[in-house]
Design a protein around this ligand. Structure first.
Ligand SMILES: C[S@@+](CC[C@H](N)C(=O)[O-])C[C@H]1O[C@@H](n2cnc3c(N)ncnc32)[C@H](O)[C@@H]1O
Length: 273
């Protein structure tokens, strides 16, 4: 059984949604409210498992929104998304399309980026590992959020077109410091959102980008299930560990660690100022 505080939270949430409940809201609110029919009884073993999963998810979700990366990555090894759902999340017969062209985001990330961009209102967005389609998508998202953000793609390969109102830097992310120089990063309008989607040189990239992030800037490290060891090792050794936080609102929006950025929607927070 879920406790009264949890039910109150979800009852208030539904009121804020104009009375419309999500699947999750309905599941939580319907626990223990009626006598089970014979058919429901026969499903109860499965349902008990669901209640346990909801409890485990809420134990994590109802804590602080921003959790220091060092603590989060040590404590939160779990993901609510099983591997089959994960491998299907970018599409099966086709990958997700934007304007008829392939966009290599997961369904969850596809939903979360517009929300993050709307909330953060980044004046600069840099995607490391970028295609013409993903650059165009980010440019379009900024526009619908009524932003005039500087949008920059970085990749080894020059795309076949560069969307209007964006920039492209061709080069090797292995040499990140020569592509995004100190001066370049210093002069970018803030807030800054950096997206890591090249899957190379991750440790050095974390150090370089986080070092040049200011209070409130974000770094999203995508497809990071396989990067947990690298991220964990980096945060244990960097001098910036006290300033790098996981924004769990986004990592856990669809259940704990269900975006591709597992423990890695990162925000720099300088508590001292
Ligand atoms: C997963 S794809 C990017 C997908 C794109 N961001 C999207 O959402 O559709 C990875 C990209 O990283 C680029 N990449 C891989 N190694 C790189 C390197 N050392 N330097 C620069 N780009 C690299 C590849 O060329 C490729 O375009």
């Amino acid at each position: 059984m879920l406790n009264g505080n949890v039910k109150k939270y979800y009852a208030d949430k539904v009121i804020n949604q104009n009375g419309v409940a999500t699947f999750f809201d309905s599941f939580v609110l319907n626990q223990g409210t009626h006598d089970k029919t014979a058919r429901e009884e026969s499903l109860s073993l499965r349902e008990n498992n669901m209640v346990q999963r909801v409890k485990e998810t809420l134990d994590i979700n109802m804590g602080e929104r921003y959790v220091n990366l060092k603590d989060r990555i040590a404590d939160t090894l779990k993901s609510d998304m099983d591997m089959y759902d994960r491998i299907c999340s970018q599409g099966t017969l086709n990958c997700i399309q934007w304007k008829g062209k392939p966009l290599l985001k997961s369904a969850q990330d596809f939903v979360l980026y517009p929300m993050l961009i709307w909330e953060l209102r980044p004046n600069s967005i840099i995607e490391l590992g970028s295609t013409a389609t993903s650059l165009e998508w980010l440019t379009n998202l900024a526009k619908v959020s009524e932003l005039n953000s500087k949008i920059v793609g970085v990749d080894l390969h020059l795309p076949n077109y560069i969307p209007a109102e964006s920039e492209f830097i061709q080069g090797d992310i292995e040499k990140i410091e020569t592509l995004l120089t100190v001066d370049y990063l210093r002069n970018l309008p803030r807030p800054l959102l950096v997206i890591e989607d090249a899957h190379t040189n991750v440790s050095q990239l974390l150090e370089w980008i986080c070092n040049h992030m200011r209070d409130g800037d974000y770094l999203v490290v995508e497809d990071s299930l396989s990067k947990q060891g690298t991220i964990s090792h980096w945060i244990q050794h960097t001098t910036m560990s006290s300033t790098i936080y996981v924004d769990t609102y986004y990592t856990d929006f669809f259940g704990v660690n269900t975006s591709t950025a597992v423990n890695s929607v990162l925000k720099k927070i300088n508590k001292a100022g």
